[in-house]
Design a protein around this ligand. Structure first.
Ligand code: HPA
Length: 267
């Protein structure tokens, strides 16, 4: 299936990206800042899942940003949209086949760590997959990567060092921590957040881990940055809503864009 998809993508553009970027909630505007070479809607590629989540457009944008040749996913797909784990990671695998070797994953998350505030940016240092089915569960995985990929260094130490320096250059107080993915789409209960805190998670979301697993499997060097849009359920005595997440994502877009631009320049 991937061969057929890459063949179709190649009919739209022969652009060879170096860096692949998944633009999470609030970062979609970054794609428009690039010197755009080509745009391909997911719906133009056979058997590709299409984005249905708010703030997610659903296309690949190829272009130059900060002097780097990039491919951006303007909108990702999530498990909670009803897609299989393999469908969710299809765009990640395609960006690798297009030639990208570095992958920057971004997302919005709920802060579990009590020292975090809404609007904070957290560099992902490691992750926990919680009830998320692996995208590598297939009969034949060896066409893309090894059967049992090592996960001891998912978020490259070299990139983490570079990102810390990028944040200093931007004057941003960058937090760091462990991101946990659940399937969603319901937000967590206070008891679930307590459990995840005990497990060592600093932020919670509904994406990214599955993409990082597929990314390592197909040979990407990975960086992850999360925008903490809210405090996780139970930390405050008030209900959570998708609107609150979107609102903070939009409010923090300028800061988030600034950091990601610097990261792209520096890596
Ligand atoms: N939980 C899960 N996903 C999220 C949250 C949250 O609190 N905020 C943004 N994405």
């Amino acid at each position: 299936m991937l061969e057929k998809q890459i063949e179709v993508l190649r009919q739209f553009t022969d652009f060879e990206p170096e860096v692949a970027i998944v633009l999470g909630s609030g970062l979609g505007g970054l794609a428009e800042k690039a010197e755009i070479h080509a745009m391909v809607e997911y719906s133009q590629i056979p058997d590709m899942p299409v984005s249905t989540a708010p703030l997610h457009k659903g296309r690949f944008v190829f272009g130059t940003l900060q002097g780097k040749r990039v491919v951006m996913m303007q909108g990702r797909v999530h498990l909670y949209e009803g897609y299989t784990p393999q469908q969710v990671v299809m765009p990640i695998r395609l960006m690798r086949l297009m030639g990208a070797s570095k992958l920057i994953l971004t997302n919005a998350s709920g802060g579990i760590n009590r020292s975090f505030s809404p609007g904070d940016l957290m560099m992902i240092t490691d992750h926990i997959s919680c009830f998320v089915k692996s995208p590598l569960i297939t009969e034949k995985a060896d066409e893309i990567g090894v059967r049992f990929p090592d996960m001891s260094n998912v978020y490259s130490k070299r990139m983490q060092k570079s990102i810390r320096n990028s944040a200093i250059k931007c004057g941003i107080d960058l937090k760091s921590g462990v991101y946990v993915q659940l399937t969603g789409p319901q937000f967590e209960t206070p008891a679930e957040i307590k459990m995840m805190s005990a497990l060592g998670a600093d932020a919670v979301g509904m994406s990214t881990v599955i993409e990082a697993v597929a990314g390592i499997h197909c040979g990407f060097e990975i960086a992850g940055v999360s925008l903490v849009t809210n405090l996780a359920c139970g930390l405050l005595d008030k209900p959570l809503s998708g609107e609150e997440v979107e609102e903070t994502a939009q409010k923090s877009a300028v800061k988030f864009e600034k950091l990601i631009n610097q990261i792209i320049k520096d890596i």
